[in-house]
Write a protein that binds this ligand. Structure first.
Ligand code: AMP
Ligand code: GLY
Length: 444
């Protein structure tokens, strides 16, 4: 092929791409560390800023002293610094409408707008949408009156699952085996208001059993581009016991996904959801996280999130071969039909190291040692979540502190490598689950 032709093809495929992009990532968790880590490998990226970031992110990006909720300061920064693309990690700024504000300034920003982000900010909206459009999910009732919710609980059989309507950092779901548990859940949510206004209404739904699966996809509102599968470990204790957390570990891919199951999920859930959002004049663009229960009667939706999962992002991005930037740009501009994602064949597994007491009260400020053993490792990454820098030391600064992610030839290998790495890192009161990936091993 003559060189002139090759370069012309190259030019046509690249003329819309910049190769000196300035990117702003919003957030400060392990999810954002893995996003920044992945972006830093892109040939299109010249400089990454992160607001506010964390000490791990600070090694590869410039961290800013601006919180994710300070939308106007973020906008000013993006305008002044000529940011080419902003990526919003957590849900709170999306729900507050950061995408709408950035849009007014013609700033390119990745994520759904406020009208579409309601899919995560209101479980009542989410459940009613599924009911209206026949998308399979647990049967439910919702209440904004405490006494009515109480009467309902006393009239039905258990188990039931009770969910605060609004955002609650992954802690607003109570799986209740007895009437007493259900009554105390509505007391906490609706009377004690432990999640503030997020508890003005509750959803009470049927308990579903089966295998859980996180299916995360990019969509521009027309095309759906699913990522590989992953599975989170939501509860604090081994064997899926104890209260729910933001996520204690994950792995990818899951072993039970088949082509048939994927097609069923796509046909019964993914396509109808994107169409339903369009019909409601809430066109969805960004990452959609679909939490599923694969029940005996088929896949059912547990929840939607309007952003990458945490820690699912950490296992997915360490397996993704393709550049993230063109995928995100195509999501924004409506060109996802031209995009394919390439994956590494390995299994990736993430163990979350947390502070003692999480998801309840915990102390911060413990010195973390062993981190420098993991610089420049190909198959093991340490992503920071709740950490802070103080006088040359890295200290704990949150419930979920570190994410140790290892890639291996199979689940056993990835698990071994991840736990070997965990054993080399320490801080006072460090807690982690010892069984991440156990379900995949049961299938072996
Ligand atoms: P959600 O934030 O709605 O995904 O709920 C958090 C976790 O609670 C899920 O990952 C499940 O483990 C569990 N859960 C939520 N809804 C149900 C349900 N209807 N039946 C059984 N478990 C559920
Ligand atoms: N890992 C669950 C979530 O990100 O909500």
């Amino acid at each position: 092929m003559p060189l002139g032709f090759v370069s012309e093809v190259f030019w046509h495929s690249c003329k819309d791409n910049k190769f000196d992009m300035r990117i702003l990532v919003i957030g400060n968790g392990g999810r954002e560390h893995s996003i920044v880590w992945k972006l830093a490998q892109s040939s299109q990226v010249e400089k990454i800023f992160c607001a506010p970031g964390n000490p791990g992110i600070a090694e590869i990006a410039e961290c800013l002293d601006i919180a994710p909720e300070q939308i106007h300061l973020l906008t000013d920064f993006a305008v002044k610094e000529k940011i080419d693309l902003t990526i919003v990690g957590p849900e709170a700024p999306l729900v507050e409408g950061i995408v709408d504000v950035f849009g007014k300034y013609n700033l390119q920003v990745f994520g759904p707008n406020k009208k579409a982000a309601i899919l995560e900010s209101s479980k009542v909206f989410m459940k009613c949408l599924m009911r209206k459009y026949d998308i399979p999910t647990a049967d439910f009732r919702y209440f904004n009156d405490y006494n009515e919710a109480r009467r309902y609980i006393l009239s039905v059989s258990m188990p039931k699952v009770i969910k605060a309507d609004g955002l609650s950092k992954g802690k607003g779901v109570f799986v209740c085996k007895s009437e007493n548990e259900a009554l105390s859940a509505i007391d906490l949510i609706m009377q004690d208001k432990i999640f503030g206004n997020a508890g003005d209404s509750v959803v009470i739904e049927d308990f579903l059993s089966g295998e859980e699966l996180s299916l995360i996809l990019f969509t521009d509102g027309k095309t759906i581009l699913s990522l590989e599968t992953s599975q989170d470990h939501k509860t604090i204790y081994d064997g899926d016991k104890g209260p729910n957390t933001g996520g204690m570990g994950a792995y990818s891919p899951v072993s039970f996904m088949t082509e048939n199951l994927y097609h069923r999920i796509e046909k019964e859930i993914l396509v109808p959801t994107i169409k339903a959002m369009n019909s409601e004049d809430r066109r969805y663009k960004g990452i959609l996280y679909v939490g599923l229960m694969i029940t005996k009667s088929g896949p059912k939706v547990l929840e939607f999130n309007v952003r990458f999962g945490d820690p699912e992002a950490q296992v997915l991005l360490t397996r993704m071969k393709s550049d993230l930037v063109p995928i995100m740009q195509a999501t924004i501009t409506g060109g996802l039909d031209n995009i394919d994602i390439e994956w590494k064949p390995q299994t990736s597994l993430c163990v979350v190291m947390a502070s003692k007491g999480y998801p309840g009260r915990h102390v911060n400020g413990m010195e973390i040692t062993g981190l420098n053993l993991f610089k420049d490792q190909d198959d093991t990454q340490v992503f920071h979540a709740g950490t802070r820098y103080n006088n040359g030391k890295i200290l704990t600064n949150g419930g979920r502190v570190l994410n140790i992610v290892a890639c291996g030839k199979d689940i056993r290998d990835a698990q071994q490598k991840a736990y070997d790495a965990v054993a080399k890192i320490s801080f006072e009161g460090a807690y982690y689950r010892k069984d991440i990936g156990y379900k995949a091993l049961l299938d072996k």
